[in-house]
Design a protein around this ligand. Structure first.
Ligand code: SAH
Length: 213
């Protein structure tokens, strides 16, 4: 559990890469500069932690590419004390980014192995989500709704209705939609009954799966 000067230096370079790729929000860049991503990775991949790529984290899942994490966080438009729901805790890295941005984070993971690992690991680094839930992200988290923002970190074949319903008016749902390739889509709730839809290019995610194992 070490974070060395070498790691810090590599992180700074990663941040520079993200800037050249178009990430602008200083708070997002600051969070990425601060979080020891290598500690979220399996030992075999630690050396690659600060390359802008996705890597395996076990249970057939991946830690999202830093650019993707940065872009989704930027699109979510997080403000301090915002109540944010994340679907797909995975390694917990995106969760940590949201907590660095001072959000109150609720995160759902459907793989028990990853859920248990993140639950133990995040507090060790000082990251305390409001709640980590072992369950199905397709149904969201009605008991804690409405949310200022909802971020889906797996590829959704369609937009789950409960997630739309659990947004505050003014809130945003950031969701990659599609089967093999996903289009990063942002829905902003403009009234009780209306949503504005915007699209932000193609990405590749592991799939958002419906049933638990
Ligand atoms: N945010 C994660 C990304 C992990 S990849 C990170 O930063 O590491 C996507 C995650 O979504 C995987 O862990 C996968 O198990 C999870 N997932 C897939 N379908 C899900 C569902 N229906 N509900 C909750 N989590 C789901």
């Amino acid at each position: 559990m070490k974070d060395t000067f070498t790691h810090k230096g590599m992180r700074k370079k990663l941040v520079e890469t993200l800037i050249t790729k178009g990430i602008e929000n200083p708070k997002v860049l600051e969070a990425i500069n601060k979080i020891p991503r290598h500690l979220f990775m399996d030992s075999g991949f630690i050396d690659h932690a600060y390359i802008d790529k996705a890597f395996p984290i076990g249970a057939d899942q991946t830690i999202s590419q830093p650019y993707t994490v940065a872009r989704q966080t930027e699109l979510l438009d997080v403000n301090p004390n915002d109540k944010i729901l994340e679907i797909g805790t995975g390694s917990g890295y995106q969760t940590a980014v949201l907590i660095e941005m001072k959000a109150l984070v609720y995160s759902i993971e459907r793989q028990s192995e990853l859920f248990k690992k993140a639950k133990l690991f995040l507090p060790k680094l000082g990251y305390r989500p409001k709640k980590l839930i072992f369950g199905d992200g397709y149904i969201g988290l009605a008991s804690e709704a409405p949310f200022d923002g909802i971020i889906v970190t797996a590829g959704a074949p369609f937009v789950p209705k409960p997630l739309m319903a659990q947004l505050k008016v003014g809130g945003k749902l950031v969701i990659p939609v599609g089967e093999k390739i996903q289009v990063m889509t942002v829905f902003t709730r403009t009234s009780e009954t209306e949503f504005e839809k915007e699209e932000f290019g193609e990405f590749r995610f592991v799939p958002l799966l419906e049933d638990k194992n």
